[in-house]
Design a protein. Structure first.
Length: 73
């Protein structure tokens, strides 16, 4: 008895999934190593100084204050 495969359906392989996870792991490892070099630390510091952190909690800004003033009766 011979096994026939359907030419319209691609064969199921897990090799591509394995390659993806191996590549992702290698990339994460490489980024971790590069981030510890002097150049990597300088880049991280520069990016960290330019990115403004989101302030926690409620912020009463001018446009919010104006909205509340318009809702008063």
């Amino acid at each position: 008895m011979s096994t026939k495969t359907n030419p319209l359906t691609p064969p199921v392989t897990t090799a591509s999934r394995r390659k993806f996870f191996i590549s992702a792991g290698a990339t994460v490892g490489a980024v971790a190593v590069v981030s510890q070099t002097p150049m990597g630390k300088a880049i991280i510091q520069e990016v960290g100084s330019t990115v403004e952190g989101k302030k926690d909690g409620y912020q009463l800004t001018a446009h919010v204050r104006k909205y509340y003033e318009t809702t008063l009766i």
